[in-house]
Design a protein around this ligand. Structure first.
Ligand code: ADP
Length: 428
C-alpha cells in the first residue's frame, strides 16, 4: 500500500511541476495549475467510476492501473477469490451433512425458534409425513398434532423424548427426541415398531405363563396347607409339608407380582383413573395394620405426615408403593432399628413420600440395579423374609405412571431412604 501512496504523491508532484512550468512559459500561472488539478481529479473520478461499475457487476474487471485504485482493485479481487473458495467449501460441507442426514435411518427435521420447518430428510416424509419441498416454513406443531408430540415442545430440558404413532401409518411406533441448539431445534423420530413388537410378545408370554400357573399353584398350596394341618402326621413329614406350603405360597406371590407388573406395563394411567388420595390417613391406617402384620418385629415406627396434602392418583397403586416400601424397611432392619415415614412437599413443592430406616443399608454399586426384576443384594435374606425380588420394579412402574420418580439414598451400615416424588401438579 505504501508503494501505491508514494506513486500517487509522485503523480501529484509531477502534475504540479508540469503546471508550474507551463505557467512559467505561458504566463498563465493560475489557469495552468487549475487545469492540472482539474485533469488529475477527472482522471481519479474516472478510475473510481470504473472500479465502482466493476464492483456493482455492470462492467468487467478494470484493466490494471497503477497507484491507489490499482491497489484497491487488486485487494477486492483477492478478497472475492477467497470468498468464492470459502463459499465452495461451505457448500461442499453442507452437501456432505445433508447427504449424511439423508442416509440416516431416522427422520430428522430442523426447525427455527418459531418452530418453522427449515429442512427435513426423506425419512421424515415416510415417518412423519413432513415433506422438505412442500412443508418448509410451516409450523411443525401444526403438522404433528399428537398431544404427546405437542408436549415435547413444552419441555425445556435437553434431549426430551416421547412415544407416538406415525401419522402416516398407525401401526408404526415412533420415539421422538427433541434437541435444542442455539435458537432452533432438531427433531429426530426413530421407528421402534420392531422393539415394541418384541416387548409386547415378551409381556404377553409372561402374562400368559403367570396366568396359567396361578390356578394350579393355588390348588397345590391349598392341598399342602390341608395336609400339613393333619395332627396324625409324624413331625418330619409335617415340617416337609409346611416348607412345601411356604414355597408354593412364594411362587404364588411371584406369579401375582408378575401379573401386576404386566398390567402396569401395558396400560396408561388415564385422568379418569386418578382420584384425590388422602395419603396421610391411608398411611396411618396401613401402619396400624402393619404393627399387627408378619414382618413387624418391634421396630420403632415414626410418622411425619402432612394431613393437608393429598395426591391425585390411583389409590390401589399408590398404596402398593407405600406397602412395598414399608415392608422392605421392616424386612431389612432389626427389631431395635427405627423406621420413619414422611409425607410432605419438598423444597420446590413436589409431593413426596419417603421411608427412612436405620437398617442394613445398600452398597453404592447395587443402587442402580435395585429396580430391575429379581435383582437382590442378599438373595437369601430376601427369600427368607418372603421377598419376590419384584417389589421395587412394581414401585418404580407405579411412580412413573404417576409422572413421578423413585429416589434411593443408602449407605451400608447406616440405613436407607426410599422416596417416591411426584410432580407439583399431582398435589391437591
Ligand atoms: P425383595 O422382594 O427382594 O425385597 P425388592 O424389589 O423389593 O425385592 O428389593 C430389591 C432388593 O433391594 C432387595 O432384595 C434388597 O436387597 C434391597 N432393598 C430393598 N429395600 C431395602 C431396604 N430398606 N434396606 C436395604 N435393602 C433394601
Amino acid at each position: 500500500m505504501q508503494r501505491a501512496v508514494s506513486f500517487e504523491r509522485s503523480r501529484l508532484l509531477l502534475v504540479l511541476a508540469t503546471s508550474v512550468v507551463l505557467g512559467g512559459v505561458t504566463g498563465y500561472w493560475a489557469w495552468c495549475i487549475a487545469l492540472g488539478g482539474f485533469g488529475l481529479a477527472a482522471y481519479q473520478i474516472r478510475r473510481g467510476h470504473d472500479v465502482a461499475r466493476w464492483l456493482t457487476g455492470t462492467d468487467a474487471e478494470p484493466s490494471v492501473y497503477e497507484g491507489l485504485w490499482a491497489f484497491i482493485a487488486s485487494e477486492i479481487h483477492r478478497e472475492r477469490r477467497q470468498n468464492t473458495r470459502q463459499r465452495r467449501e461451505i457448500s461442499r460441507l453442507l452437501r456432505r451433512y445433508r447427504d449424511s442426514a439423508e442416509a440416516l435411518p431416522d427422520a430428522a427435521v430442523l426447525v427455527d425458534h418459531q418452530r418453522q420447518i427449515q429442512w427435513a430428510n426423506r425419512k421424515a416424509h415416510d415417518l412423519l409425513g413432513i415433506d422438505n419441498a412442500t412443508d418448509r416454513g410451516q409450523r411443525v406443531d401444526n403438522l404433528l398434532r399428537d398431544p404427546a408430540v405437542q408436549a415435547l415442545w413444552q419441555h425445556n430440558r435437553p434431549g426430551a423424548e416421547t412415544q407416538a404413532r406415525s401419522p402416516q401409518d398407525e401401526r408404526v411406533h415412533l420415539t421422538l427426541r427433541l434437541s435444542r441448539y442455539g435458537e432452533g431445534a432438531l427433531l429426530v423420530a426413530q421407528d421402534v415398531s420392531a422393539v415394541m413388537a418384541a416387548q409386547e410378545m415378551r409381556q404377553t408370554f409372561v402374562a400368559n405363563a403367570s396366568h396359567e400357573l396361578r390356578t394350579p399353584l393355588t390348588v397345590v398350596a391349598g392341598h399342602l396347607e390341608l395336609l400339613a394341618d393333619d395332627p396324625a402326621l409324624p413331625d418330619h413329614v409335617e415340617q416337609s409339608l409346611q416348607s412345601a406350603h411356604r414355597e408354593a405360597n412364594r411362587m404364588l406371590a411371584i406369579v401375582e407380582d408378575l401379573l401386576t407388573l404386566t398390567s402396569l406395563e401395558n396400560t396408561h394411567l388415564s385422568d379418569a383413573q386418578s382420584e384425590p388420595i388422602a395419603v396421610a390417613a391411608e398411611v396411618s391406617d396401613l401402619v396400624e395394620a402393619t404393627r399387627l402384620a408378619e414382618h413387624y418385629r418391634g421396630q420403632t415406627l415414626s410418622l411425619d405426615l402432612d394431613a393437608g396434602l393429598c395426591l391425585r392418583g390411583r389409590t390401589t397403586e399408590v398404596m402398593s408403593v407405600v406397602r412395598n416400601l414399608v415392608n422392605n424397611a421392616l424386612r431389612h432392619t432389626e427389631p431395635e432399628d427405627d423406621i420413619s415415614l414422611r409425607w410432605s412437599r419438598d423444597e420446590v413443592g413436589r409431593p413426596t413420600f419417603s421411608v427412612t430406616d436405620t437398617g442394613t443399608g445398600i452398597a453404592p454399586e447395587h443402587l442402580a440395579h435395585l429396580t430391575e426384576r429379581f435383582y437382590r443384594v442378599d438373595a437369601g435374606r430376601s427369600r427368607d423374609t418372603g421377598g419376590t425380588g419384584l417389589g421395587l420394579s412394581i414401585v418404580k412402574h407405579i411412580v412413573s405412571r404417576h409422572s413421578g420418580e423413585l429416589l434411593i439414598d443408602s449407605e451400608p451400615g447406616r440405613g436407607s431412604t426410599f422416596s417416591a416424588r411426584f410432580p407439583p401438579d399431582r398435589a391437591c
